[in-house]
Design a protein around this ligand. Structure first.
Ligand code: C5P
Length: 224
């Protein structure tokens, strides 16, 4: 059977903690990739650490959100790190997405749709008139138009996105315990895969507390 694919969100500034995450998740029944975001990549030793990682699937969750020229320059500036995946907010606009795609080369450019920490009420607060599902569908069309390689959305929207976006789908907002923290649109790992997610992203449910035990809990949940 194909291994379930999980990106562990390495949200810490502590190198030993990150090393522990990588060590404890290797050689398990699951396929792990490692997601480094704003916290780790902006930390003093983060960039250097990532530059030395070998034979790992690396996801740079930089969530670019800027004008086309700045997105392009940022991608050129991190190209030496040979990331496998890099995120850009779809709301950066079609021109920025196309420009970024032009220079991203072998890095898979991932469009981030509406953040999983937002619900309809908060979208209204920001000034959006459409509800989450409609906005995500709209953004998936834009990602397709720009030729992006993958989309980040909540597992609740995978079925909708899949209708028009045929490449990889990556879903954060995954919980296999009852603590949702700051996330609003959550589903369990099992539900996310059932809906058609290619990769799921899990941070705190794996990295807080005992990592090996958490991974075992995840395996048990998937085998239920
Ligand atoms: O700890 P938790 O599992 O909530 O972590 C989710 C990770 O996925 C975080 O690193 C967060 O930045 C990222 N993410 C997200 N929602 C998105 C895009 C990325 O939670 N829409």
């Amino acid at each position: 059977m194909k291994k379930s694919k999980i990106f562990v969100a390495c949200d810490s500034t502590n190198i030993s903690k990150i090393k522990k995450i990588i060590k404890h998740s290797s050689n398990t029944k699951l396929k792990f990739g490692y997601k480094f975001g704003l916290e780790f990549l902006n930390s003093k030793h983060g960039r250097n650490f990532v530059s030395k990682l070998k034979k790992k699937v690396i996801f740079a969750d930089l969530k670019l959100h800027d004008i086309p020229n700045t997105c392009v320059s940022a991608i050129k500036a991190i190209k030496d790190l040979k990331f496998n995946y890099l995120t850009i907010h779809i709301s950066s606009g079609l021109q920025a997405l196309k420009a970024a795609k032009k220079v991203s080369g072998s890095i898979r450019l991932v469009g981030v749709s509406i953040l999983t920490s937002l619900d309809n009420k908060e979208l209204k607060e920001i000034g959006f008139n459409k509800e989450v599902k409609k906005l995500v569908l709209h953004q998936a069309k834009l990602a397709k138009k720009a030729g992006l390689d993958a989309i980040v959305c909540s597992a609740q929207e995978v079925k909708i996105v899949k209708k028009i976006f045929k490449k990889e789908i990556i879903t954060p907002g995954i919980r296999f315990n009852s603590n949702t923290n700051d996330q609003k649109r959550v589903l369990t790992p099992k539900q996310a895969y059932k809906n058609g997610a290619d990769w799921i992203v899990i941070g705190r449910n794996i990295t807080k507390g005992k990592i090996r035990e958490n991974i075992q809990k995840l395996i048990d949940h998937l085998n239920q």
